[in-house]
Design a protein around this ligand. Sequence first.
Ligand SMILES: C[S@@+](CC[C@H](N)C(=O)[O-])C[C@H]1O[C@@H](n2cnc3c(N)ncnc32)[C@H](O)[C@@H]1O
Length: 347
Amino acid sequence: MENNQFYDEIDEIIWGLVKKQPDFYFLMKSKKGIHPIDIKLSLIRLRRKKKISATLFRSIIKSAKDKGKVVLEDDNLLPVPHLLDYDWRFSAEGIETMLSLINKNSKRNHSVIAFIGTPSLFKMFFSKRETKNQYILIDKNADKHVHYITRYAQNFSFKKYDIMEMEPLDIQADLVVMDPPWYLSYNKLFFQLANNIVNRNGTIICVLPPKYTRKNVDEEFQKLMQFIKDLGIERQHYYKNMVTYNTPPFERNTLKANGIYCMPRGWRTGDILIAKKIDKGTIDKASIVISERGWEEISIGMVRYKLKTGFDIELKSFDLTIESVFKNDIYPSVKRRKTRAEKTINV
Ligand SMILES: C[S@@+](CC[C@H](N)C(=O)[O-])C[C@H]1O[C@@H](n2cnc3c(N)ncnc32)[C@H](O)[C@@H]1O
């Protein structure tokens, strides 16, 4: 889609919403799949085009700062989501939506259900003490999510797995449920893995980015549809903006830094594609390269640090020191006054 056409379409939607209710919380809540920062940029364009008055513009921008309109989300899952894992977790409502889709698509008992990059759903089935199927979590952070699995839960298993390594897995799943990072190369890798583990006539439920997430989403979607067709997977249903997410801490901070404090529940939405493995397809494996060099991870309490070291080292908490990049960038102490005997911290 052309740049201008994409932004013109967003502006049309935002203008239509502003005419109904000129309030940022309402604009975010509309679930059109437009990111709040893009909503703000659209308001700026609408102001420039004189479609909205200066007074109305100021009042909407002011309403974004409404700290009273912040929902408390019930994301008690460990680990804390990290941006470098592209980790956006479903909201409680989103989990219910996915549950009902999974139930609709797995009628038989004794099915094998594989969750690729969907730890919240795996956890939800575990907490319901489901016994009728086998449940497998496949995720690069699977080991960090499964502290709750006890020995008696024999129908729950997990595989810590980095999709970029494409190591073969000995799994035959009847249903695959996945939520890849929202980029074409990741979508292709996730589908390639799903294709390797799903049985003939098995179903794949995949979350994909809504149209207004980025300007090339439509184009990427067309390429992905061709790719899955070549794998022998047939598209069956597509539901727009169907599943909702929580706002991870890293995104809350970004929004605040952009003057957006109000936070309607489940403002972020994802589309759902339901597809079926129908035949062998014309390709087995495509070469998909994602050039992201590995990150080393270390956790201190709840905080997860990702470091690029350039070589493999075994990190221990006491290895970590922060070096100054510019003058006064490191806060010297958590206290205003310190005695000589007190240790300083360098964060
Ligand atoms: C968009 S999040 C989906 C989380 C899901 N909405 C949930 O609530 O369970 C993407 C997921 O893919 C996983 N992931 C990201 N990169 C990966 C990789 N290279 N290999 C395997 N999993 C990966 C993340 O750990 C994360 O769980």
